[in-house]
Design a binder for this molecule. Structure first.
Ligand SMILES: *[C@@H]1O[C@H](CO)[C@@H](O)[C@H](O)[C@H]1NC(C)=O
Ligand SMILES: *[C@@H]1O[C@H](CO)[C@@H](O)[C@H](O)[C@H]1NC(C)=O
Ligand SMILES: *[C@@H]1O[C@H](CO)[C@@H](O)[C@H](O)[C@H]1NC(C)=O
Ligand SMILES: *[C@@H]1O[C@H](CO)[C@@H](O)[C@H](O)[C@H]1NC(C)=O
Ligand SMILES: *[C@@H]1O[C@H](CO)[C@@H](O)[C@H](O)[C@H]1NC(C)=O
Ligand SMILES: *[C@@H]1O[C@H](CO)[C@@H](O)[C@H](O)[C@H]1NC(C)=O
Length: 718
């Protein structure tokens, strides 16, 4: 009788045991916007168990009009082969048909967390979806994507930092935080005083040694735009979204989407040593790096190799949290303690444009490796990086793509980081030439090298929601820090080179000259250029284009105290093609040249340097509809769509610095300015002393809202 009771009890125990969840998460992506204003949204979720998989999640509608489910399937993605420790994870896929773009909330709840130290029993998962159209990208938001392996095990003495995966396909700022019970985001919502959470980096750090046993983390992942934007809805309403600012109160922070990320971490007894590669497995090359992005193609096999080593333990398996149908083949080599696993995946139609999160660990009986996570981006066609040919020259980068390898892609659909730079074609190749200082090229420190990076992307301005970035070709050039390239780059700015569809590659040189004949330019190696206050400064811009008939137009020029043309402190010399300075003299020149002079001036205070930045355009010669033909416009109609055959985009070119020689002149000039009167202004035209107090206030108030400072305002504030 007693025996039977025991048997019954243990039976009941194993029954419930299989339903003890140890992790759940969800993310979503809009897949189609129908012409009648309805949407299809794709949801992927995971549920993890410490035994066999149970398919418990159903996701009911928590608020809003959640539409109808048109597809719902769930499949097991990875299961432990051995029983120590058992694990299972499954991936569910739901397609929902939404009849409008208003926010909705999906929710799931159930009774049984795996038994844990935090007293969490019931679990609740909540996903907030908002299908408003973003004002920055004009498309619908995609949620961040993330995953975790089903069973996380860390020896007590080895816990330092645990990075959570949180990748945003739109490039938004992601925030990870502990869920709040008051917002209904989770059930126990334990806040974990023994762990430090960095909300923007999404890393968990140890505060105090965590106790041995299972800790439950009920977290929320959110995405925020990097600039203030609005979401607009088909009913003509809209809603503002601001960048993440953690000093604001939680109730004022409104994310674009909100997702559940819940998991358990089991703290094991301490190991003899935590040195990676001894008892805890360590990943070796060619295992993909943490956070790396990989590209996969619909219907084509993606292969990844993971390799790990533990010299004093046996790696018996790898946990893999990836998409359904991602398979692994284990190859053991016990001689040096390394084990390899080959991962294969063939993306299906339903995976197109997905950013698929994948995490993995190597397992020994007593511990596991760090959890490493990558993202696989699925494209419809092969990524086009294979056929690119990059050549790195002293001031230029040229990228050439074989047109045959880019079926269906036109040069005009391709853009560099700065979208005013497109690519050009000669029939057999698509190419672009840019300089190290143009087209959004970014400089990164690579130790002994400086790396100049840019990227080709395709932007298709269609109403289709997810068809962006079907081409993405990052490229870079490395230059030794010892070499001449960087020294030259820092001072005198060499030619600015751009490429645009319809205009090919063209460049601008911007030089200072010695006198008003503009015959001899100032030697680039003698920069910075010294000038005396009220001296004449001679400048010349020349355009170089292989097209025979083009005109150069200088739309604006301004002076700034550094080489950032968007500096909030500036002085207009030319604006909308009109002279803004009494001392400006433009000399007659060829159609592709602009030669001009002004009197030297100074920004007061610490700003001894002056840089000149001009916005320049090339136009088809003689076309009366071009900006060049219009000349000075007092009321320009801005941002007309560029007709690529008539004129180029506006490009900004900068030269400098000019350094003001400190001479007695400044004192007398200031004295004159301080007795400011209209006469005084005329007498000292060309001397613009910008009062720092006024400007300082302006800069601190709003750095974006740059405002031209007019001279009378400046002089009166002495
Ligand atoms: C809207 O269009 C979709 C796809 O064309 C269709 O499945 C759906 O029934 C339509 N809905 C309405 C309300 O017309
Ligand atoms: C868990 O949920 C059940 C039913 O939903 C409820 O009866 C029970 O009180 C909950 N337990 C806790 C600890 O909140
Ligand atoms: C963040 O919010 C705080 C408090 O509302 C505010 O003082 C601060 O200026 C904000 N920071 C930014 C960068 O907007
Ligand atoms: C899984 O893979 C098989 C064969 O590779 C394929 O037929 C099937 O459609 C795939 N299923 C999913 C959901 O990707
Ligand atoms: C890349 O360009 C260089 C120089 O133009 C050329 O020698 C080389 O053959 C090209 N490589 C490919 C793969 O096209
Ligand atoms: C196009 O340019 C590439 C690279 O400069 C060159 O190899 C190719 O021969 C050119 N094709 C034609 C048709 O001019």
């Amino acid at each position: 009788m007693a025996l039977r009771a025991v048997l019954l009890l243990s039976f009941a125990f194993t029954q419930t045991h299989t339903f003890e969840i140890q992790g759940g998460l969800m993310s979503f992506m809009p897949v189609e916007q129908h012409l009648n204003g309805t949407f299809t949204v794709s949801f992927h979720y995971k549920e993890s168990y410490g035994g066999k998989c149970a398919h418990q999640l159903t996701w009911s509608c928590g608020s809003g009009d959640c539409g109808q489910i048109t597809l719902s399937e769930v499949k097991d993605t990875d299961e432990g082969v051995s029983n120590v420790p058992p694990w299972c994870q499954s991936e569910g896929h739901i397609l929902r048909y939404l009849s409008n773009d208003k926010p909705i909330m999906l929710r799931d709840t159930g009774c049984c967390w795996v038994s844990n130290l935090n007293g969490a029993a019931n679990w609740t998962l909540v996903t907030h979806v908002d299908m408003g159209t973003r004002s920055d990208t004009h498309i619908l938001n995609k949620s961040p994507v993330m995953t975790t392996i089903p069973t996380i095990r860390i020896p007590q003495n080895c816990f330092t930092t645990f990075p959570l995966q949180a990748h945003d396909p739109d490039g938004d700022q992601v925030r990870c935080r502990f869920g709040q019970a008051s917002k209904g985001e989770c059930d126990s919502c334990h806040q974990h005083p023994n762990f430090n959470l960095d909300e923007t980096l999404c890393t968990l750090q140890m505060n105090n040694t965590p106790s041995i046993g299972v800790h439950v983390f009920e977290m929320v992942v959110e995405d925020y735009p990097t600039q203030a934007i609005t979401l607009s809805y088909s009913d003509k309403t809209s809603s503002a979204r601001n960048p993440l600012n953690l000093s604001m109160s939680d109730s004022d922070l409104v994310p674009l989407s909100k997702l559940p990320l819940q998991f358990a971490i089991e703290i094991h007894p301490s190991l003899k040593t935590c040195v990676p590669g001894v008892m805890r497995p360590q990943f070796l090359s060619p295992t993909p790096e943490y956070g790396s992005i990989h590209y996969a193609v619909l219907g084509q096999l993606l292969k990844l190799t993971l390799r790990a080593q533990a010299t004093e333990s046996i790696i018996y398996d790898f946990q893999l949290s990836g998409p359904y149908n991602m398979t692994k083949v284990l190859l053991q080599n016990n001689k040096d303690g390394t084990t390899e696993v080959h991962i294969n995946w063939i993306p299906q139609e339903s995976d197109i444009y997905r950013h698929v999160p994948v995490c993995f660990t190597a397992e020994t009986r007593d511990s596991q490796s760090e959890m490493r996570c990558i993202v696989v981006v699925v494209a419809k066609e092969a990524p086009l990086s294979g056929q690119a040919n990059i050549s790195c020259m002293d001031n230029t980068i040229t990228i050439t793509l074989d047109k045959d390898s880019m079926q269906g892609v036109e040069a005009s659909q391709l853009y560099l980081k700065d979208p005013t730079c497109s690519l050009t074609t000669n029939g057999s190749h698509i190419m672009a030439t840019l300089s190290l200082n143009s087209c959004g090229t970014q400089m990164e420190n690579g130790g002994d090298y400086m790396i100049f990076k840019n990227e080709i992307n395709s932007i298709k301005e269609t109403s289709v929601i997810t068809r962006r970035h079907s081409v993405k070709i990052p490229f870079s050039c490395r230059y030794s820090k010892q070499g001449d390239v960087l020294t030259n780059f820092k001072n005198h700015k060499s030619d600015y080179i751009f490429t645009e569809t319809g205009f090919g590659s063209f460049s601008y040189s911007f030089e200072f000259y010695k006198e008003n004949t503009f015959k001899s330019m100032i030697d680039p190696s003698s920069y910075p250029v010294e000038v005396k206050l009220l001296d004449k400064i001679y400048m010349g811009i020349q355009a170089h284009s292989s097209l025979p008939q083009v005109n150069l137009f200088v739309e604006s020029c301004k002076a700034t105290p550094d080489d950032n043309p968007d500096n909030a402190l500036y002085y207009d010399i030319i604006k909308n093609g009109c002279s803004m300075d009494d001392t400006l003299v433009v000399s007659p020149a060829m159609n592709t040249e602009f030669m001009f002079e002004i009197q030297a001036f100074k920004f007061s205070g610490d700003f001894e340097k002056v840089y000149i930045s001009c916005r320049v355009i090339l136009c088809e010669a003689g076309n009366p509809n071009s900006r060049c033909a219009q000349g000075c416009l007092s009321n320009p109609t801005r941002r007309r769509k560029r007709n690529s055959l008539v004129q180029t985009h506006e490009h900004v070119i900068t030269q400098g610095p000019l350094i003001l020689q400190k001479r007695g002149l400044l004192g007398s000039a200031s004295a004159g300015g301080s007795q400011s009167s209209n006469k005084g202004i005329l007498a000292f035209s060309g001397l613009f002393i910008i009062a720092l107090l006024v400007v300082g206030g302006l800069v601190a108030y709003n750095i974006r809202k740059t405002k031209a400072l007019d001279r009378s305002h400046l002089l009166s504030s002495f």
